[in-house]
Design a protein around this ligand. Structure first.
Ligand SMILES: Cc1cc2nc3c(=O)[nH]c(=O)nc-3n(C[C@H](O)[C@H](O)[C@H](O)COP(=O)(O)OP(=O)(O)OC[C@H]3O[C@@H](n4cnc5c(N)ncnc54)[C@H](O)[C@@H]3O)c2cc1C
Length: 375
C-alpha cells in the first residue's frame, strides 16, 4: 500500500508540532512555511511564552496540560535542546472570582507542585507585585518560560531528522479538494496530497475564506520595561493575573527587563497580518503604562521595546480543531485565542492522530467536541 502524502501548511507554533508528530508516523509529510521557522511576524515571538500547570479557564484542559508537559520533555530529550525554563510562575487572582476558583481547583489537582499563598504571604514573599487587598497567589512550581522561536525551529529540525520535508518561503495561496485528493497552490505551482493540515494562525481567514465566520483576527502587543534606576528584577517570576485587570509578565532570560502583555479588550481586531498597522501609538501603550504605574511601580514608566503579534480568536475562545466546513480532507487548526503555545505539543499530537485515524484519548475529546459558533 502506498504511503499517504500529507501537507502541513504553516510551520509556526502548532504546525511545527504537527509536522514533528506526523514525521514519526507511517506517512510522507511535507511542511510549507510562508517565512522561516522561528520568525516574529505571526503569533510566536518575543523570546518567551508562559507555560503553566495551573489552569484558570476550564478544568477539562488539565489532563491536556499534563500531556503537553510530557511532550515538551519528549521533544527536549529527543533533540538535546532546552525549550523551557521551569523556575516557577505566579498566578494572581481574587479567590471568589470564577478564574481563581478554577485556579484553586487546578492547584488541588497539581498537588505539591502548586502552593496556595494567603494575601499576607504573597505580599511578604513577592512585594514587587502591588496586588489588591483581596488578591492571593498560587505559586506554580511546574510553570515557567517557553522559548518560542527555539521551540519552533527545534520541532521542525526534529521532523526533518525523521524524514519530513520542510519548505520555507513557500506561500500557499489556494487549497481545493477534488474528490479524495487535495490540491494546493504553492508559489504559483500546484501539488496534490491525500490530506492537508492548515495551521496558519492569523492568516486562516485569508487563506480559507470559509473560515472567516468562525474567527476574528487580532493584534496583540508585547512591551518590555526596564527596572527604574536603583531597582532590580531580582526575585521576579513570570506571572499571570486574572483580575482585576488581566495581565501577564515574563522576565527576560538575561534578567534585563520584564515583558508585559494585557488581556482580551486590548487585542484589537485586524483584517490580516499582511495589511495590519505596524506602528504602535501612544494610545496603544496607555493601558500597559497604567498597569505599570499601579501594579509594578518599580519599572520604568515607558517601555524600552515593543512589538505587535497576530493571533486568530474563535468567538467562544475554544480552539478550532476540526475539518474544514466543506473539505473533509483538510484539517483546520486555528483560533488558539491567545493561549495556544503551552498546549501546542498536544494539539500537534491530536492533529496527527486525526490524520492517521489513531483513536484519540478520552481527554482530547473535550477539544474535538468544542462547539464553534459563527458569531
Ligand atoms: C503576544 C502574545 C503572547 C502570548 N502569550 C502566550 C503565553 O504566554 N502562553 C501561551 O500558551 N500562549 C500564548 N499566546 C498564544 C500563542 O502564542 C498562540 O496561540 C500560538 O502561537 C498560535 O499558534 P499558530 O500556530 O496558530 O500561529 P503561528 O505561530 O502564527 O503560526 C502560523 C504560521 O503559518 C504561517 N503561514 C501563514 N500563512 C501561510 C501561508 N499562506 N502559507 C504558508 N505558511 C503560512 C505563518 O508564517 C506562521 O509561521 C500568546 C500570543 C501572543 C500573540
Amino acid at each position: 500500500m502506498t504511503r499517504q502524502r500529507i501537507a502541513v501548511v504553516g510551520l509556526g507554533t502548532v504546525g511545527a508540532q504537527t509536522l514533528w508528530q506526523l514525521s514519526k508516523q507511517d506517512c510522507d509529510v511535507t511542511g510549507f512555511e510562508l517565512f522561516h521557522p522561528g520568525h516574529s511576524r505571526g503569533a510566536a515571538g518575543g523570546e518567551s511564552r508562559l507555560f503553566r500547570l495551573v489552569e484558570m479557564e476550564d478544568l477539562a484542559y488539565q489532563p491536556l496540560i499534563f500531556r503537553s508537559d510530557q511532550l515538551w520533555r519528549e521533544l527536549e530529550a529527543e533533540t538535546g535542546q532546552t525549550l523551557r525554563d521551569l523556575s516557577g510562575a505566579l498566578t494572581f487572582g481574587i479567590p471568589n472570582e470564577p478564574e481563581m476558583e478554577v485556579g484553586l481547583q487546578s492547584a488541588a489537582l497539581i498537588g505539591d507542585r502548586a502552593e496556595v499563598l494567603t494575601h499576607e504571604e504573597t505580599t511578604e514573599r513577592f512585594p514587587m507585585y502591588k496586588i489588591k487587598p483581596n488578591e492571593i497567589a498560587i505559586v506554580d512550581h511546574g510553570a515557567g518560560t517557553i522559548f518560542p522561536e527555539k521551540t519552533i525551529r527545534t520541532a521542525v529540525a526534529a521532523a526533518r531528522e525523521h524524514g519530513a520535508i520542510a519548505r520555507t518561503e513557500a506561500r500557499i495561496t489556494g487549497i481545493e479538494q477534488h474528490g479524495d485528493q487535495v490540491q494546493i497552490t504553492v508559489n504559483g505551482e500546484t501539488e496534490v496530497f491525500d490530506q492537508v493540515v492548515v495551521a496558519v494562525g492569523a492568516w486562516t481567514a485569508t487563506l480559507l475564506p470559509e473560515m472567516a465566520p468562525y474567527l476574528a483576527t487580532r493584534r496583540l502587543l508585547s512591551t518590555w520595561f526596564l527596572p527604574r534606576t536603583g531597582a532590580s528584577l531580582e526575585g521576579m517570576k513570570p506571572y499571570i493575573r486574572a483580575n482585576p485587570n488581566y495581565s501577564y509578565g515574563l522576565p527576560t532570560a538575561d534578567g534585563l527587563a520584564m515583558k508585559l502583555g494585557l488581556g482580551f479588550p486590548t487585542h484589537l481586531p485586524i483584517e490580516s497580518p499582511d495589511t495590519a498597522r505596524l506602528s504602535i501609538t501612544e494610545e496603544d501603550l496607555e493601558p500597559v503604562r497604567s498597569l505599570v504605574a499601579e501594579f509594578l511601580p518599580h519599572l520604568e514608566p515607558y517601555p524600552m521595546r515593543m512589538q505587535a503579534y497576530y493571533e486568530a480568536y474563535t468567538h467562544n475562545r475554544h480552539e478550532y480543531i476540526a475539518p474544514h466546513p466543506t473539505m473533509d480532507k483538510v484539517l483546520v487548526l486555528a483560533g488558539f485565542s491567545g493561549k495556544g503555545f503551552k498546549n501546542s505539543p498536544v494539539t500537534g499530537e491530536i492533529a496527527a492522530r486525526h490524520i492517521m485515524r489513531i483513536p484519540q484519548s478520552a481527554d482530547a475529546q473535550f477539544l474535538l467536541k468544542c462547539a464553534h459558533p459563527t458569531a
